[in-house]
Each structure stands twice: as structure tokens, then as C-alpha cells.
Design a protein around this ligand. Sequence first.
Ligand SMILES: [Zn+2]
Length: 408
Amino acid sequence: MDAKNLTCRKCGAVYPLDNRYSCEACGGILEVTYDYEKAFSRNPVGNPDNSIEGMWKFRGLLPMEDKKNIVTLGEGDTPLLEAGRLARLWGCDLEMMVKAEMLSPTGSFKDRPTSVGVSVAKEKGFEKIVVASSGNASAAASAYAARAGMDCVVFVPDTTDPNKVIQAQSYGARVICVRGNYSRSFDMAKLCAERYGWANVTSTFINPYTVEGDKTPAYELYHQLGGRVPDYIFIPIGSGPLLVGILKGYEELKEMGLVHRLPSMVGVQVTACEPITQAFACGTDRVTGWDKQIKTMAGGISDPLIGYEGDGELTLAAVKRTGGRMVSLEEEEVWEASEAIETKLGLYCEPTGAVSAGAVKKLWNQGLLKKGALTVSLTTGHGFKYSGRQPKKPPIIDSADQLDQLVR
Ligand SMILES: [Zn+2]
């Protein structure tokens, strides 16, 4: 394994690859760092380990010692689909593409970070994991715990979509609802890890290993685009580990000489909960926790960041470093994007996952995207996860005559 240390993103303090959730010296966010010279010399992205399917083929840049401890459901290798019909519908002179993360084993991109988090926990001898989630990560943690033969406790806000609760329970997790917003569930998982010694695989930034899984879409895009770098990558974000992870992936690709520039990263929130967009709009580096009432169909990105505002600041800095931007959608724009993805691309997407496509339209209309640019939008969650739709009542017939009437 070429992973070497946990390094504090703030003060640079270095720790061994053990189980810890923040920097002892300054409380900063930790990240996995590698013996890059050794890792890069093997070119693990250009020459992946094809004996494993999915994202673990890039295990040369993932933090696992022993291949036999990898807990996998085949996550990764999601399709990159051209989305010209969306561009035409919206009048965007862009080369639009969608990376369909909803086609992951449990129906969301959270399988990537969770697979790494649970694998590392297993390798370190943990038998029980805990996770805080707005829903998708709870389903993922529960599934990977089942796969690994581990116990799983899940904390979700009491407003979590019942479909996501059912999914987590189906895999055998103990689901506990916490009254209030996501930040309160986050605190509860953190407390469990401290008090009972369970491995916290919450896939924000608290577990430094999980973010490594979030790098892997970058490696896949490198292959899927034949080395071309997207001009913009659009990502739905709560605290933003997927955005930070993909950027880290591209930075590694650049270090290895496989690409020569970085994509501009665009983080997408909803106006109902937009702490990072607000900081971006104000031109500040400081993110303020969102203490207002939240009502949105995009529950997967409703993270108020209260008590861990630094997570949002890390994401904001990543966005700025790439010349990218933050943008938020109104509720009707979220719905419009969902419908467009379904009817024009044939992909069933939860509203949260659709914002990354809707934001392309919004920024294009504001004149903020280069003509002809290549955009990649990550559609992060499956439509099956969202129970807020009402079916249009279909007609019921019992004879061919009635069919004639309908068809006419
Ligand atoms: Zn530190």
C-alpha cells in the first residue's frame, strides 16, 4: 500500500493511518496522503488492477493494505452519457454529459466513499459501524455492513424520505431518527464513535478514508473521455466531499502527467439550504451554518453545516481554486431538471441528483459558461429513493373498444 499518513489539511500535522477523525493539534480536517513518488511510478490510473471490477481497480491510490479486506458491491464504473437532448431543450451551446451515479449498487454515489470507509474499518478490526446521513449514505452503510458481516447503526433526520429509511432497514441496519436537521444526526454519530468506539463512516469529511472513494469518478472520467478534461464538472453538494474528492483525483492525474489542467468545479445547492453558495456570493472564505427552517425536495443536499462550518470552507476553497463557482436552484428549477433528465435522457433521478444538470441551464442563461464547453453533471441519486411524486392517474380499460376511444 502506498498510502502513508493522515495529514491535517489545516496545520500539516502528520499522523499514522489509524482511526481518528480530526487533528489533535488544531481540530482540522485530516486527509490520506501517499508516498506519491512510489504510487505515481506505478501509474495506478493508466494501469489499473483489472483483476477487480469497479472503482477498486484503482486501489493503488486507495488506502487499503490487504485486497481480501475490500468490501465491495461492484461500485464505480458508472456510465458517462452524452446529454445533447438536454442541451438542445435548454438552448445551451454546450457539449453536455451526465455521469449516472444513480446506477451505483444502492442507487447513489455514496457507495464509493462508504465502500472505502467500511473496508478500512474491517481491516482495522471494527465489528460495528455508525453513520449519520440524510438518507443515501445510510442505505450505503447498511448495505456494505451487511456485505462485511458487521453491525450498523444509522442516524437520520426525522424528515428523511421513508424510501431511504426502508432501504437501510432492509439491509439490516438499526435506524434511529433524530429530530431536527442533518447536523443533529451528525453530532449523534460522532458521539457514538467517541462513547462506544464504533467506526464512524459518515461520509462528510469526518472520516478521512471515505473521501478517497470520492476521488474515483475523476479516474473513470479520464478513461471515459480519452484523457480530455471537462471544462466544468457540476456536483450537487451538502458539505461537498464528492467535489473535493473529484478535484483531488484530478490533481493526482495532473501530478502523474496524465492531464495538463484541472476542470472548473461547480458546486450546486438549493436556495432552501445554501450556506456555501451564500459565502461564495458574499466573496468571503468563511461559511456560516444555516439556521433557518429548511423545506426542499432536495433533501440529500440539505446540510446546514452547523458546528462543522469548516467542511463547507474546505469545499468553497476547492471551488475557488479551480476558477469554478457555487450556484443554487429554486424548487421549481429542481423539478424541471428532474423531469428533463427523465423524459430527455431516460434516466430516473431523485430531485437532489438532478440539480447538477439544472445548474448548467441556469449558468448558461446567466452567460457564465464558455460557448462550446464540455460539461459533466453528476446525477448522484436514483429516482426510486424519492417518495414525493404523485402518480398521474392512468386510465383503466377492460375492452378493445375502449382502447380505440383512448387511442383516437
Ligand atoms: Zn491540524
